[in-house]
Design a protein around this ligand. Structure first.
Ligand code: G6P
Length: 516
């Protein structure tokens, strides 16, 4: 049976009955920003929030996130709550306010200058600062408190996202041992050799083992995590059941690849696709040329310089393509307070300029670099215009651009060029799989894509579309939340536990019996 919004809703209602659903993710799904006198509500450039939003919409509940927009406070209530989506509210966004120092240490510091490069094999060195670590710990505590406030002593499933919150599961468990805590780690988990350089490795692992269930995109990342625990922590690691027991509590480790909502992407099609595409082409000044397209945050894991250098190599190897195609790269600026990211932005700008100078002329530039965030409508158009979408990540947990591209191609045309170092490559073998470090091969893949017969494109795209449609975001959430459902205790035990643990709101315990 196919996974749909409705089926997910049903799972949540039946299996997680009487439990509140609280999602914790650093990035908020809707950000309020000031533009002059106006306040705008924008969607961030994050595959993770785009993927999760339809899930929380289907299940209701609360999303706890960092309130990062400069107008977030102006529109939220005193507790930082705001109902979203603004045009059809169906869940609560609870914003957590962070000071500059907290954001600096927790987000730019520990999360993105230490954990991010540590987990991605992209040869950017992690930086470990004790001040950052302290801020990370403080902010994990702050989020824990916000979650506990939202739950208000009720039963709940807390669905934690990503590497910003390695300590939160243990903190929650200490405060409320009865909570069901599930975490999805959206980025790769490195092997024990790599992880062991982290000065706070034990605390991080212990924090994560506060979860009932900890999930990764691939089996390989699960294996890495198990081995890392085995080498670094006192715990019982069971490779047969894929579970770790520590402090008398067990954590299951499970692979569950994330995906997109293909129907929502299909709905982005404008009523007159041809006209909208023509208008966009005119804006970009690319005429009717075939387009190779890349869509990314400007991040050093994405292999953007590699794919641009491959344009240079392509034009040297296949000079007949001069003036006959364009490479359109959307680069949403990201984490630019971090030196490595600033340097990358400069490197990319410089490369575009150099390659265009070398191969272009007054009528044609081989590369069009759109160095800003684009909303879903514009991205949909680009996906539909593309002869090929290029995903050349040096390392990527999943990469949802690959799946968005496939979901957009209702015409069953277009080629996906996909790095073998993404989680998506395991699920989409019908893409043209490349090693982004091998520039000649990457350049050849452009040629292959631009000359691939329509019938072969269709054959590959059909299979990829079936894969994305069967393994959609509702399946991802449904599988994880069903697994979480296994920890739901029968109602009597719950009532008893609550009665024993804490007084009822008016001071009277709910039950005083002892039930076995
Ligand atoms: C990755 C992470 C997400 C993050 C996204 C965007 O996909 O796994 O947690 O939200 O990048 O990055 P940002 O730092 O802007 O939230």
């Amino acid at each position: 049976m196919a996974w749909t919004k409705e089926r997910l809703e049903e799972v949540v209602q039946t299996r997680l009955a009487n439990h509140r659903l609280v999602v914790v993710a650093n990035r908020e799904p809707y950000i309020h920003v000031r533009r002059g006198e106006e306040i705008l509500c924008v969607r961030p450039a994050s595959g993770v929030t785009t993927a999760l939003d339809p899930v929380v919409r289907a299940c209701g509940g609360v999303w706890v996130a960092h309130g990062s927009g400069d107008a977030d406070r102006a529109v939220s209530d005193e507790q930082g709550r705001f109902r979203v989506p603004p045009d059809n509210p169906c869940y609560t966004l609870r914003r957590v306010w962070l000071s500059r120092e907290e954001e600096e240490g927790y987000y730019y510091g520990f999360a993105n200058s230490a954990v991010w490069p540590l987990c991605h094999a992209a040869y950017t060195r992690p930086r470990f600062e004790s001040e950052h670590w302290e801020a990370y710990r403080r902010v994990n505590r702050k989020f824990t408190e916000a979650v506990l406030e939202e739950i208000e002593g009720e039963s709940a499933i807390v669905f934690v996202q990503d590497y910003h919150f390695a300590l939160l599961p243990r903190m929650l468990r200490q405060a409320r041992p009865d909570l069901i805590v599930v975490q999805f780690w959206h980025i790769p988990w490195p092997n024990p050799e790599v992880f062991r350089v982290c000065p706070w490795k034990e605390e991080i692992l212990d924090g994560l083992l506060g979860n009932n269930l900890l999930a990764f995109h691939t089996q390989y990342h699960c294996n890495n995590f198990m081995e890392t625990v085995d080498r670094n922590l006192e715990a019982r690691v069971c490779f047969e059941r894929f579970a770790v027991t520590r402090r008398g509590q067990s954590t299951s480790i499970k692979p569950q690849p994330i995906s997109v909502d293909p129907d929502e992407i299909a709905n982005l099609a404008p009523p007159d696709l041809d006209r909208a595409s023509k208008r966009f082409r005119a804006q970009m000044r690319v005429g009717n040329l075939p387009l190779l397209v890349g869509v990314d945050r400007v991040d050093y894991i994405k292999g953007i310089p590699e794919r641009l250098r491959a344009v240079d190599r392509f034009l040297c190897r296949y000079p007949d393509w001069r003036r006959k195609f364009c490479f359109v790269q959307v680069g949403a600026p990201s984490r630019v307070h971090i030196g490595d990211y600033r340097a990358l932005n400069e490197e990319v700008e410089k490369l575009v300029e150099e390659i265009n100078w070398r191969h272009g002329d007054s009528t044609w530039d081989p590369i069009v670099f759109l160095h800003e965030h684009h909303g879903p409508d514009k991205l949909y158009l680009l996906y539909r215009m593309a002869s090929a979408c290029v995903v050349s990540s040096l390392h990527d947990g999943m990469n949802l651009v690959a799946k968005e591209f496939v979901a957009a191609r209702a015409d069953e045309q277009g080629v996906l060029i996909l790095s073998e170092f993404t989680g998506a490559a395991r699920e989409l073998p019908d893409a043209v799989i490349v090693n982004p470090y091998a520039l000649d091969d990457l350049a050849d893949s452009y040629h292959k894509a631009l000359t691939m017969p329509a019938s072969e494109q269709r054959r590959r795209m059909k299979r990829m579309r079936r894969q994305v449609s069967d393994n959609n975001i509702y399946r991802w959430a449904g599988m994880l939340l069903s697994a979480a459902g296994q920890y739901v205790e029968p109602e009597e035990t719950l009532v008893l536990r609550r009665g024993l643990r804490s007084p009822h709101k008016n001071g009277t315990p709910l039950l005083k019996l002892s039930v076995s």
